[in-house]
Write a protein that binds this ligand. Structure first.
Ligand SMILES: O=C(O)CCC(=O)C(=O)O
Length: 278
């Protein structure tokens, strides 16, 4: 499958298929820390090619129209639209790209990955914090071989709310029963401080992306700038993962993102294509 040259694409080239050369130590670092930031995965031309369509679809499909002052904390964090790839051939090209899927498989040490769903997460000017949370709380899946690639569509300085990670928090036993909320922010923050967890917070240059595991605690600060923080994400799951009996707070995800699938089955639906196999 990977006969394409692995030399980095020139900055002016649109590229979502060439393999990104991971440092051989990076998968072990991902396993240890629960996340990695990777520099220069996407060229400026690639981001310029896909960003306008992702933004247009976010605006078209967004259903949140309350003023900021009337929103809950999680609603102030970002505008959120899922499965944009179902609405645009161009976004489909990005979401199903070999480059991002291959990195996910290599980081998780699995033979292949399928799509769980994509989502655009746009933190508006004056948008609030993203509270501490772990994504897999919402996911009825039988394994931790899951991860999200977080793709900023502009350089993202500290003032815009880049994603922050609690280093090594994917293995803890606290906070896993909490949805994203004021309570998760306060409870997880306290637990992380008491246990001296390091928090990794860095700006992202254009083309940098990060990957985090489903159980890694992460948050983001507010967007204090007057520009939206435009981010596209893709959630990858082991291609051979099976579905778990859903808890009440996971039923919505099962119905929306793996329709018709029963516990014990691989979610082999049209919404969950295999994106990459070694
Ligand atoms: O973009 C954000 O502020 C939060 C992102 C997030 O929670 C995720 O991608 O899992």
């Amino acid at each position: 499958m990977n006969t394409i040259s692995s030399a980095p694409a020139p900055a002016g080239e649109v590229d979502v298929d060439r393999p990104y050369e991971l440092d051989p130590a990076t998968p072990a670092r991902f396993e240890r820390d629960g996340f990695v930031r990777l520099p220069g995965v996407l060229t400026p031309a690639t981001i310029a090619h896909f960003e306008p369509e992702i933004t247009a679809k976010l605006i078209e499909l967004n259903t949140m129209h309350l003023p900021m002052s009337e929103r809950a904390t999680s609603q102030k964090a970002f505008l959120q639209v899922t499965n944009l790839w179902q609405h645009s051939d161009l976004v489909r090209r990005f979401v199903l790209s070999q480059k991002l899927g291959r990195i996910a498989a290599e980081l998780m040490g699995v033979d292949g990955v399928r799509l769980y769903h994509d989502q655009a997460l746009y933190k508006e000017p004056d948008g609030g914090i993203t509270p501490w949370h772990a994504d897999q709380y919402y996911w009825p899946l039988n394994s931790d071989r899951t991860c999200t690639v977080w793709v900023p569509l502009q350089p993202t300085p500290a003032t815009m709310g880049p994603l922050e990670f609690a280093v090594g928090s994917q293995n803890v036993d606290f906070g896993r029963d909490l949805p994203i909320s004021d309570e998760s922010e306060a409870t997880v923050q306290k637990a992380l401080r008491e246990r001296d967890f390091e928090v990794s917070a860095e700006p992202y240059d254009l083309g940098d992306v990060s990957y985090h595991s489903g159980w890694t605690f992460h948050r983001a600060g507010p967007n204090t700038t007057q520009s939206p923080r435009r981010v596209m994400t893709i959630i990858f799951i082991d291609a051979d993962i099976t579905v778990a009996p859903p808890a009440d707070h996971q039923r919505a995800d099962l119905d929306a993102f793996m329709p018709g699938i029963e516990p014990g089955q691989v979610p082999d639906t049209p919404l969950n294509p295999v994106i990459y196999r070694r």
